[in-house]
Design a protein around this ligand. Structure first.
Ligand code: P6P
Length: 327
């Protein structure tokens, strides 16, 4: 008997068991899953479709924008808008947020923050990239267009968050506050199927993940910690794609760090659509996520759409082991 559970089935079953889940929320999650399937198809054929390569622009964060970035962004926004369950979107690829017109019969309770294609600098060399998303309930009245305050919510207000990893296989991993579950895409049936039920990050791991090339730019406290990792013969693993590096950390245990550098004095990774959603997933899997001052990422105030932060995320024992260096 086929005991496969598809993402859609899992979402519907979860909706029946969770008090905060609603048909609107489930419908929104399902549309994110549909958009991910289409992005997956394009990412897997990117090299054949003259869709790779820089398009000559830069995004609000100053990153060179890949054609696939634009495609993924436009596609995600289209599906979120058509879901009829989303009031608007803030995206890495957009300077400002989008409020979907309430002329369309919209259930305007939820908004989505998204990094449509994270790690895009790896696209041209066929290394894993990902999509990161977070879902909030809006703060303003459903009869109005969204306001900036709806998006500037701390991570603790997230209703759901997750990521899609376009790797050797394509996985969608998400949490709605009741643990973390992973779904692997089965091209044969065109569905994400439950493959990693109730994911838990190991309490410790032997991998540390950081761009060691910036060693000279890191705060001396971070340098001292990295020397400790080397002294303890920990394994350095770094892909340069946050989704891939954090997913490996979630699966094997260990720690991922992106501290402040001279180039990015506030840190490189963005609070809204990178740090907070990934923190929600890792915390729900039993991990910890802090900034380099030891503060819990999900409690930090969010004051601008593209606000950056340092981030240290991973297993309880590994993150706790850096705390003495940060005080
Ligand atoms: P660096 C990708 O561009 C990204 O936003 C994250 O996915 C990744 O963790 C980080 O930047 C890599 O940055 O400076 O090491 O290339």
């Amino acid at each position: 008997m086929n005991n496969r559970v598809t993402l859609d089935e899992f979402i519907v079953h979860s909706q029946m068991n969770q008090d905060n889940a609603s048909g609107e929320f489930s419908g929104l999650l399902r549309h994110i899953g549909i958009a991910a399937k289409i992005v997956n198809r394009i990412v897997n054929k990117a090299g054949l479709m003259d869709i790779i390569g820089l398009d000559g622009n830069t995004n609000s964060s100053g990153d060179a924008v890949q054609k696939l970035d634009i495609y993924a962004n436009e596609l995600m926004i289209e599906y979120l808008k058509n879901s009829g369950q989303c009031a608007g979107v803030a995206s890495e690829e957009l300077d400002e947020f989008i409020s979907f017109s309430n002329k369309i019969p919209q259930k305007n309770k939820y908004l989505v923050v998204i990094d449509p294609l994270d790690g895009s600098s790896n696209i041209d060399v066929n290394i894993s990239v990902g999509t990161i998303f977070g879902i909030y309930k809006r703060l303003t009245s459903e009869s109005e267009l969204l306001q900036l305050e709806d998006f500037l919510q701390p991570g603790i207000e997230l209703v759901a968050a997750g990521y899609v990893l376009y790797g050797t296989s394509t996985m969608l991993v998400y949490t709605s506050g009741y643990g973390v579950n992973g779904f692997t895409y089965d091209r044969g049936i065109g569905e994400f199927c439950l493959s990693h039920r109730d994911m838990k990050i190991p309490p410790s791991g032997n991998h540390y993940s950081i761009n060691q090339g910036y060693f000279r730019q890191f705060d001396t406290r971070i340098q001292d910690y990295l020397n400790k990792c080397a002294d303890e013969n920990m394994m350095l693993r770094y892909i340069g794609s946050m989704v891939a590096d954090v997913h490996r950390t979630l699966c094997l245990g260990g720690i991922f760090l992106y501290p402040k550098t001279k180039k990015n004095p506030e840190g490189k990774l963005r609070m809204l659509y990178e740090c907070n959603p990934m923190s929600f997933v890792v915390e729900q899997a039993g991990g910890i996520c802090i900034d380099e001052h030891g503060k819990r990422i999900m409690e930090l105030p969010v004051q601008t759409l593209h606000q950056r932060s340092s981030i240290i995320i991973g297993s309880v024992e590994n993150v706790n082991s850096i705390l003495p260096f940060l005080n």
